[in-house]
Design a protein around this ligand. Structure first.
Ligand code: NAI
Length: 251
């Protein structure tokens, strides 16, 4: 057990796959009761079942994080299920279309902003009061290296992730004296279905080579940083953006 989240109640969005699933598994293995939230209800159930099979506590819930009413219901369901909320990870996200700004499809812009940025506002809008009512806790928002640097042909993704970093800082200073720490994470390119579904093998090899360490990251490497930021060991860390990128942005 890397961290002790005994008696802590955690909510992870986008937890049916990739980074979110790895975060949920690690929090559960560290003693948290976890709500696995995702648009993919079947995938969420299977992650919850695998946690239960390993002796952890988990429950799945279907949610569309672009819908504020559903996000509020997700937070309420977590409180009802486990009796409170201490930890939240706003992780659900999509890649969106690949095109330069002058040709970017309008519908993809809207969908990426809704999924990758509106969702984080909706999440915190309802998680913060729930965490306050439970005596405090911590939130991690899953940004990207593209929360601090550009990437051609991904204007919506880059804008949403930069927005998320600013939103995180603002919420963090608002609640710093109220027992809630809020941080964002900037992963480099991580080997998950988000990449394998959208990019061919040659592009993936080229992208891996863009990281000084010479490879893609793993979901578990991102989960480890997430768990640290949620833990009491990170008690003086709030409002900041934490890279886990194999040196990508150091270049
Ligand atoms: P993934 O595609 O493996 O998992 C994303 C999950 O989000 C899926 O289970 C999907 O069903 C869910 N989701 C999508 N739209 C949703 C919606 N409207 N409501 C609820 N759930 C929804 O992706 P991955 O790689 O694990 O990404 C997780 C987060 O990490 C995303 O925010 C992504 O932008 C971010 N990230 C990923 C990187 C990568 O290279 N894989 C790098 C940096 C950041």
């Amino acid at each position: 057990m890397a961290y002790s989240f005994k008696d802590k109640i955690a909510l992870v969005t986008g937890a049916a796959s990739g980074i979110g699933a790895a975060v949920a598994q690690l929090l559960a293995a560290s003693g948290a009761k976890v709500m696995i939230a995702d648009l993919d209800a079947e995938g969420a159930s299977s992650v919850a079942e695998s946690i239960l099979a390993q002796g952890g506590v988990a429950k799945a819930i279907e949610v569309d994080v672009t819908d504020a009413v559903e996000v509020e219901a997700m937070v309420d369901a977590t409180r009802r299920q486990y009796g409170g909320l201490h930890l939240a990870v706003n992780n659900a996200g999509i890649a969106g279309a690949s095109a330069p700004t002058g040709e970017y499809p309008l519908e993809s812009w809207r969908k990426v902003m809704a999924t990758n940025l509106d969702s984080v506002f909706y999440g915190m809008r309802y998680q913060i009061p729930a965490i306050q009512a439970s005596g405090g806790g911590a939130i991690v928002n899953m940004a990207s290296i593209l929360g601090s640097v550009a990437f051609a042909n991904a204007p919506a993704y880059v804008a949403a992730k930069h927005g998320m970093v600013g939103l995180t800082k603002t919420a963090a200073i608002e609640y710093a004296r109220h027992g809630i720490r809020i941080n964002s994470i900037g992963p480099g390119f991580i080997d998950t279905p988000l990449l394998s579904k959208n990019l061919d093998a040659a592009t993936l090899t080229a992208i891996a080579g863009m990281h000084p360490v010479g490879r893609l990251g793993t979901a578990s490497e991102v989960a480890t940083l997430t768990a640290f930021l949620l833990s009491d060991d990170a008690s003086f860390i709030t409002g900041s953006y934490h890279l886990v990128d194999g040196g990508y942005t150091a270049q």
